[in-house]
Design a protein around this ligand. Structure first.
Ligand code: BG6
Length: 569
């Protein structure tokens, strides 16, 4: 099925809405935890609850055609009995209607971490009952919003909220307990499958997926030990979300490893595993920000650190998963650029993530989050060139993956406007639009907002052109030494991204398929019409003038290729 490419941006209810106790919303686990500990909270956040119209209008005016946001469970379901807060539903009705009015596709996440406190009180994600409550919550929202929403995701990043809540201990409920990590992960993936099953039972319109956090895994070397450690890290970071949602199975070598280490997995019931198997998703969302570098485990107990104090990152985030791997990011801190929170910037990681995932799943993919967090002074002119660079390079790799056959259909910047960045507070800003938190949450578009707008509007033509310049040049000639020398010289000058292949009159016709540009030697110019017919109008074809044909003119030929590719788009 041909899908419309979505170019949008993403938020989460707790991080942007504010209005934490308005219109009968009940307390979430984050409200309770941040209030009790006197920490910076999202009581007001970006006040999206009152600014949604302005925000969505700005998305539309910014060229975007999709908005990924989450529903707040405690705004919609009041209690354990499942009583519904009509005012909560009404808020999202208005939000979704506003999206439609501005021709913005609503891309709805059902759970983005703000668990109702009444569920945390019964054990939260440790209690399988929470999964059944999730199923009922899904039923309510599918019934209510059916027909208005085409894209649903059950969960945002199971890995991140479970591991932060039960392993690093920096998110509520702030535990550090490996069996709880395992149990919580299982319960969430089971809840997701229950949500997918409900979606289908109710014949809800549209598609349902899951959004996974994705850290592309790289090793410091290619030894067998490192490769093994990388596989463990991939299971730990990515596969238990992606494989379970898309293939219906937890990675079997991960399950074996857990058993081998003595963890009790007997809680997993066959009928639950069957539900997971039978209810795989329609699409997968990938949130990619950073890669992870890995080395083999040496010693020490499991310890996973998080940096919530950006200015302090000095390469001191040594994290270890006992018996599995060690995180080697600290070893790479002088080699790979990173932001003040130690988040590595490696755009090719997105390409590698997309090609890797698409090599073994059949579902279409959406890049549901990608963005750059920074400290920023608020003024009327915010020059966030670093964010433009970050987004541009990631989109470049997304387009390359798409061109190489990956079924990727959307890209969402995190975030359309500044919001509350969990434990990093509001000073870690990701927005295309600034929020002046001290001045009634006034919105001010940054340079990146305009960059994204103009590039969506021109279909990222500049990025595609640059890509084009690194393509396959087919040289059709009547053979001979001079041609092969010319071809080699063009290749030398063009560097890594240029492929030059020379073919004679007898053989060229079979080799035009992958050509990005075709150049014809002067003596066989008469073939030009035939070649044009064969390659179609998207591939430029030109003959080389006799005076330019020769190795010493390779630079001129390359310039000619540049010109042809520029004009062809
Ligand atoms: C993703 C989450 O993990 O990354 C968002 O889905 C989060 O909720 C974003 O805000 C950026 O992470 P952070 O911690 O820098 O806000």
């Amino acid at each position: 099925m041909k899908r419309k490419m979505l170019w949008g941006s993403a938020t989460a209810s707790y991080q942007c809405e504010g209005a934490w106790d308005l219109d009968e919303k009940v307390e979430s686990m984050w409200d309770r935890y941040l209030h009790e500990n006197g920490l910076e909270n999202g009581d007001v956040a970006s006040d999206h609850y009152h600014h949604y119209e302005e925000d969505i209008r700005m998305m539309a005016e910014g060229g975007q055609n999709a908005y990924r946001f989450s529903l707040s469970w405690p705004r919609i379901i009041r209690d354990l009995e499942g009583n519904v807060n009509e005012k909560g539903l009404a808020f999202y009705d208005t939000l979704i209607d506003t999206c439609h009015r501005y021709h913005i596709e609503p891309f709805v996440t059902i759970y983005h971490w703000d668990l109702p406190q009444y569920l945390e009180d019964i054990g939260g994600w440790q209690n399988i009952e929470t999964a059944y409550h999730f199923e009922k919550y899904c039923e309510t929202v599918f019934r209510h919003f059916n027909g208005k929403v085409r894209f649903w995701s059950t969960f945002n990043e199971p890995k991140w909220f479970i591991f932060s809540g039960y392993m690093s201990g920096n998110y509520p409920p702030c535990h550090r307990n490996i069996p709880e990590v395992i149990r919580g992960s299982y319960n969430v993936m089971f809840a997701s499958a229950l949500g997918v099953r409900k979606f289908r039972e109710m014949k809800t319109e549209g598609e349902i997926g899951l959004v996974a956090s994705y850290q592309t895994i790289y090793g410091l070397d290619e030894s067998t030990e490192t490769l093994n450690a990388m596989r463990h890290a991939d299971n730990y970071c990515n596969n238990w979300q992606v494989d379970t949602a898309c293939l219906g199975e937890f990675p079997s070598d991960m399950v074996d490893k857990l058993k081998e280490q003595g963890y009790d997995l007997s809680f997993a019931k066959e009928e639950e595993l069957q539900i997971i198997r039978e209810n795989t998703v329609d699409f997968i969302g990938i949130n990619y920000y950073s890669p992870m570098y890995i080395k083999p485990y040496t010693d020490g107990e499991t310890l996973v650190k998080a940096n919530n104090q950006g200015k302090n990152y000095k390469g001191d985030l040594r994290s270890v998963v006992k018996g599995w791997f060690e995180v080697a990011n600290d070893d790479m801190k002088d080699i790979i650029p990173h932001n003040p929170w130690g988040m590595f910037v490696y755009p090719q990681g997105l390409y590698d993530a997309l090609t890797r995932v698409s090599s073994y799943i059949k579902q279409p993919i959406y890049v549901t989050e990608n963005g750059y967090g920074a400290y920023e002074e608020i003024s009327n002119d915010i020059d966030d060139q670093y964010r433009i660079d970050y987004i541009r390079e990631h989109i470049r790799y997304l387009l390359k993956a798409k061109e190489d056959g990956v079924d990727v259909n959307g890209y969402f910047v995190w975030s359309p406007f500044d919001l509350y960045s969990w434990k990093n507070g509001c000073e870690k800003r990701y927005g295309l639009v600034a929020v002046d938190f001290d001045n009634d949450c006034r919105r001010i578009p940054k340079h990146s907002y305009y960059w994204y707008k103009s590039n969506i509007e021109n279909d990222f033509i500049d990025l595609r052109k640059e890509e084009k310049q690194m393509r396959n040049i087919v040289l059709v000639c009547n053979g001979g030494m001079s041609t092969s020398i010319l071809a080699n010289r063009i290749k030398e000058l063009g560097g890594d991204g240029v492929e030059v292949n020379a073919y004679g009159e007898q053989e060229y016709s079979q080799h035009l398929k992958d050509a990005d540009v075709v150049l014809i030697g002067p003596q066989i110019r008469y073939l030009i019409d035939d070649i044009r017919k064969r390659v179609g109008e998207n591939v430029p074809v030109a003959s080389i003038e006799p005076r330019v044909y020769g190795a010493m003119n390779a630079q001129k030929v390359l310039e000619m290729v540049d010109e042809l590719l520029k004009d062809s788009k």
